[in-house]
Design a protein around this ligand. Structure first.
Ligand code: DLL
Length: 442
């Protein structure tokens, strides 16, 4: 269902006029009210008057996670604290948390884009939504909660965890929609099975999942196992929380609510804007947020944009699934390489395990002269004849070449050569550091 056809189906020309008007006002506002932006604009030699068209956006400086840290906690705010009605937060990459303050108007806008998002995912006011995103500082819980109430549907604010109770409530209260991370959807299913409950026999029909990367393969699996339709939703604390973009029933990209969020794709290495269709880093400028507007925020998320008309009738551009984070990106002989690309090859090829290491010889953090990929083979392949190993190596080399666009050396290693980590796995290592890295078992 389209909740706000006036905006969601706005002809592009009209939408761009609206964006420009809002952008000009916001840029002027942050220049006047936020010393950080005024300084950054001055350093780039740009003033609000230089923004005459949307293309002029590229003249403005980027904002990064680091700027949030440096201006912690309130340095990026454009309103006095007394106008702030709520604060959320997420863990930053560099120690200090990211702080996200909202005015009453921000909370209202957020509820509205979330209500739009839930409607786009296929929810109506007749649904019962069990909200298993974490409540509290994390934006997931309250973001979905307010959106659901705004839509007029019923929300059950379970939050994350206490999985057995979730299953009981889901059955007894007639939950039709589950909102949670993709990982948690699978945990729910496992627990239900252990309890002798088949989720396919409940009223559950829809899952709205996000907050972490997942794949098409996972969607298929989830849809089959839980007997639901699964929809991808995206957002981030620095920008608003969930509700920046979401899929429609056609499930081929997430519509970005462009009347509030102006997006660009840039080359993460050079910072240059890239055209529609090209893969790169997503950069977002908030057009309406009051408490803490962001100008050209570098999300680090890698995706591409499509402006092709969608069968649903919405005119807003769609972003593809996030395929990686630019923090992980390597530049090998001028070509951008992401660990996620390597992983995708490994998941397709039989006989290898998704345990790998990228060993590089590099001069600095961004450049790698030479790429060698260590890949663990399965027990069966390892104990088989040499010839089979050679064939596998050749196959992997060809697949990697075509996916990465550069040639990489492949080194097949024994099962359990690569150390397993519980947290985020470290995949890239400098050859010089390899012996003492703790990443290999021998
Ligand atoms: O995760 C907001 C959210 C809550 C989105 C609930 C969707 C549902 P943060 O904790 O600030 O905010 O994390 C933001 O998570 O930059 C992406 O790297 C990642 N992310 C969010 N949604 C998706 C998604 C929330 N659908 C960071 N696919 C973002 C892949 C996602 N990655």
């Amino acid at each position: 269902m389209i909740r706000d056809p006036e905006h969601e189906k706005m002809p592009r020309k009209q939408l761009e006029e609206l964006q420009l008007k809002r952008l000009q006002a916001k840029v002027k506002e942050v220049y006047e009210k936020v010393p950080f932006y005024r300084r950054a604009f001055k350093e780039k030699g740009v003033t609000p008057d230089d923004i005459k068209t949307l293309a002029d956006l590229k003249k403005l400086p980027f904002t990064s996670k680091l700027d949030f840290r440096d201006n912690y906690p309130y340095g990026l705010m454009a309103v006095p604290l007394e106008k702030v009605v709520r604060i959320h937060s997420s863990s930053g990459t560099t120690g200090k948390p990211i702080v996200a303050p909202y005015t009453a108007a921000d909370v209202d806008m957020w509820a509205e884009v979330m209500a739009r998002s839930l409607a786009s995912a296929g929810m109506t006011k007749h649904d019962v939504m069990q909200n298993a995103y974490g409540y509290g500082l994390f934006t997931g819980g309250l973001g979905f909660h307010y959106g659901c109430e705004r839509l007029g549907a019923t929300v059950i604010p379970t939050g994350a965890g206490n999985t057995k109770r979730q299953i009981i409530l889901l059955q007894d209260l007639g939950t039709t929609v589950i909102t949670c991370t993709p990982t948690y959807a699978f945990i729910l299913n496992e627990t239900a099975k252990e309890m002798g409950v088949d989720l396919r026999e409940t009223k559950l029909r829809l899952g709205i999942c996000g907050a972490e990367p997942w794949s098409e393969q996972m969607r298929k699996d989830m849809e089959e196992k839980l007997h639901i339709s699964a929809i991808n939703i995206y957002g981030l604390t620095e920008v608003i929380g969930p509700g920046v973009s979401v899929e429609c029933e056609h499930k081929n990209g997430m519509h970005i609510w462009e009347d509030h969020f102006l997006v660009e794709i840039i080359d993460p290495g050079t910072g240059e804007p890239l055209p529609y269709g090209k893969e790169g880093e997503l950069v977002i400028t908030t057009l309406t947020k009051e408490a803490q507007p962001v100008i050209r925020f570098r999300t680090r998320d890698i995706t591409n944009l499509s402006v092709e008309p969608c069968k649903c009738g919405r005119t807003m551009v769609k972003m593809a699934r996030i395929t990686g984070r630019s923090d992980d990106m390597l530049v090998v002989r001028g070509v951008n390489v992401f660990p996620s690309q390597i992983e995708s090859v490994l998941l397709e090829v039989e006989g290898v395990e998704p345990h790998y290491l990228i060993v590089i010889d590099r001069r600095d953090v961004f450049s790698a002269e030479d790429l060698e990929i260590w890949i663990e083979v399965s027990e069966e392949v390892f104990s088989d004849e040499m010839q089979k190993m050679e064939r596998l190596e050749k196959k992997l080399r060809a697949e990697m070449d075509s996916v990465l666009g550069i040639s990489a050396r492949i080194k097949l290693v024994e099962p359990r050569t690569i150390v397993r980590t519980e947290g985020k796995a470290k995949r890239v290592v400098d050859r010089k550091e390899l012996p003492n890295s703790g990443l290999i078992t021998k």
